[in-house]
Every structure is written in C-alpha cells, then in structure tokens.
Design a protein around this ligand. Structure first.
Ligand code: SAH
Length: 233
C-alpha cells in the first residue's frame, strides 16, 4: 500500500476513535445529569438504584434514531407501537421492590431491555418475558452481550415463568385490566409486585402488591400511563 494511503487510513481511524470516545463521554455526562436531576432530584435514594442508572448506557437500548434523546425526561418509541419507560418510572419501580443482591426477579414486558439491565446490575437473576418477538429478540441479543444473569423468553407474560418461580419480586411494565392470577401465585411469601392496573390508553394506577402468607395487600401509588398488556389469545 502506498505510504500516503496508509497515513490517510491511520488519520481516519484516529478521528473515528476520537469521535466515539467523545460521544461516549458526552452520553456519560448526560447520564450523570439525568440521575442527579430526574432520579435523585425526585427522591429516589437507594444507592443501588442510583448506581445502576448511572452505569447502564440507556442510549444503547434505543433504536439509533432515538439515541440522542435517551437521557431526556420522557418515554421514547422503540418500534412496534411500544415504548421505553421514562427514566424516573424505571427508577421508581426498581426502588419500590427494594431489590437485594440475592433476589430473583421476574419482569413482564422486556421491551427495549433497559429495565431488565437496571435490575441485572443489582439482583442475582432477572427473568424477563416479551410478547412481541422482534423486540424480544433484539433485547435478548443486547442483554446477552452485557449480562450473564438475564434470561429472556418470547411468550405471553400473563402466565409468568413457573419453572423459575417463586420470585422475590415481579415488575410488570405494561398495563393490565386486572392482576394476572398466575403472577400472584409465582410471588414468594413476602414478595412484592409492581404493576400498572387499568384500561388501555387511559390513566392507570401503579399498584404495589405484597404477599404475606395467604394475604394479598395492594396499594395505589400514583396515576400512570403505560402501553397495554396484550394477550396471545
Ligand atoms: N420494560 C420495558 C418497557 C417496555 S413497554 C423497557 O424497559 O423498555 C411494555 C412492553 O410490554 C412492550 O414491549 C410490550 O410488547 C410488552 N407486553 C405487553 N403485553 C405483554 C404480555 N402479555 N407479555 C409479555 N410482554 C408484554
């Protein structure tokens, strides 16, 4: 190869590398700001949650056209009519289950995979189910590249994932008209479930369900708007 061409290529590689390092640093700065203002600033205090949200590159879980909005204070489209939740909602839902290192958590609605990644930073194992195959496939590839403690299944989450239950916590990220009974069965004694309940496209209530022996308690935490929980039937 002629010398001039070689040095041109080297210069090109140098610029590309500089550009990608600068871009990564830029995203890292935006992420730190997001955690300060949107997460800690609104009362999320669990250091495990704050640390996880500081370290997971949220932009990687978005289609490329959406990546530059990754750290904004809103949900974003991820294709197939679905959305990645607003960062605060992810922080809130993660904190409310009081995640511990030894937890096995079930998530319904993998979507982008971002919520699963946040959980995987904190807990022992995350089982996550997605009903839209191409979304599930995309998230599975991404999550498998970064984590060895996440299992993704393409199925209707209504039925849960019985062979891996019971779970310390269940996080449902699509709004159901009622709480699927199989999910209550697959919750451990003392376990917590967070789930938006209500009609599709209307304001729903984010409910915290706790199981204590035979007793199931539920508490409405805040009005929310999630994409609907769909069914395979
Ligand atoms: N946790 C996701 C949020 C995705 S939005 C994230 O961090 O990006 C909710 C997701 O729930 C959508 O991807 C939707 O396809 C999925 N979903 C809806 N009904 C479902 C069902 N019955 N079983 C599994 N996933 C479902």
């Amino acid at each position: 190869m002629p010398m001039y061409r070689q040095s041109f290529l080297l210069t090109l590689v140098f610029f590309l590398l500089t550009f990608s390092v600068a871009e990564a640093q830029n995203y890292q700065r935006q992420r730190a700001e997001m955690v300060e203002s949107q997460i800690r600033g609104r009362g999320i205090r669990d250091p495990l949650v704050l640390e996880a949200m500081n370290s997971v590159p949220r932009h990687l879980y978005l289609p490329s056209a959406q990546q530059r909005f990754a750290y904004e204070d809103r949900p974003l489209p991820i294709g197939f009519g679905q959305t990645i939740s607003q960062p605060y909602m992810v922080g809130f839902m993660t904190e409310v289950i009081r995640p511990q290192k030894e937890f096995r958590v079930l998530e319904i609605g993998t979507g982008s995979g971002y919520q699963a990644a946040i959980l995987a930073e904190i807990v022992d194992h995350v089982y996550t189910i997605e009903i839209v195959d191409p979304l599930g496939e995309r998230a599975k590839n991404l999550l498998n590249r970064h984590y060895d403690n996440v299992s993704v299944k393409l199925a209707d989450g209504y039925y849960g994932w019985e062979e891996h239950g019971p779970f310390d916590a269940i996080v449902v990220t699509a709004a159901a008209e009622y709480i699927p009974p199989p999910l209550i069965r697959q919750l451990k004694d003392g376990g917590k479930m967070i789930i938006p309940v209500g009609s599709p496209f209307r304001v729903q209530q984010l409910m915290l369900i706790e199981k204590k022996g035979e007793e199931i308690s539920s508490m409405a935490l805040m009005p929310v708007r999630f994409v609907p929980f769909t069914s395979s039937d």
